[in-house]
Ligand binder design. Sequence first.
Ligand code: NAI
Ligand code: 15L
Length: 264
Amino acid sequence: MKRLLITGAAGGLGTAMRTRLAHMADTLRLSDIADMGAAGSNEELVRCDLSDAAAVDALVEGCDGIVHFGGVSVEKPWSMIRPANIDGLYNLYEAARKHGQPRIVFASSNHAIGFYRQTERIDARAPTRPDGLYGVSKVFGEALASMYHDKFGQETAIVRIGSSFPEPKNVRMLSSWLSYADFVRLIERVFMVPRLGCPVIYGASANSAGWWDNAHASYLGWVPQDNAETFREGVEAQGGRPAADDPDAVFQGGSFTADGIHED
Ligand code: NAI
Ligand code: 15L
């Protein structure tokens, strides 16, 4: 494609994907509210607050695909979540509607379903069970994507990312880990398949201890290759196992389920 937009480009995933997705487009348009450093040869840098509708409209114009990482990525007060994850999502989808409906990868989260127990195996049809205001904002984003698909034909890959870091950091992440390489493979498939639709995809590697079934998205042809199990020994040696009644051992969303409402 000609131009791929990555929002949240200054963040953890944005930084990791900036080089790893460079092969997918002639130009990467990178955007964040924070500093993104210097532009590489095939990069355009655009400072943009997602809550600014006019700025988001200009940001999306001319893009053939969007990987949407931007926003608040953990539990925070509603006054922080609302502008970035609620208004920001609406602004993005309105801009996409007006500018040719580029395919969108929406970085949803396991915290949209965080109150399922780790003993349960769920698939894309499981009702959402958000584990905090952050998770609720991701459920809103998923609903928005669904509505723009049904009403306007906008295609979105709703990726309920587990834990996407260089390595799993604790025992829970041995189930939820998504390697960067598997995430790249997924994003490639999203922009390659002739028909995307609006699938819910659990963003996890082929972890032996995984909780999620991606059968409903099998038509994408995404086959994750990595397995967090290879890190088990190191993870258990470093952090130990959580107690059986620790939220990190009980719920898929882990400690987020035990977090209160963050007030201003
Ligand atoms: P991050 O917090 O490192 O990056 C998010 C970026 O969004 C930051 O650079 C921040 O400056 C930017 N941002 C925040 N508010 C903004 C606004 N109003 N306007 C423009 N930019 C704004 O998060 P990370 O880990 O890179 O995650 C990326 C996305 O993936 C997030 O949407 C997060 O919710 C989602 N996700 C990530 C997971 C992970 O394991 N890394 C797991 C589940 C979901
Ligand atoms: C998320 O949604 C967060 O963005 C990330 O920082 C991790 O906390 C991840 O979930 C997780 O559950 O491990």
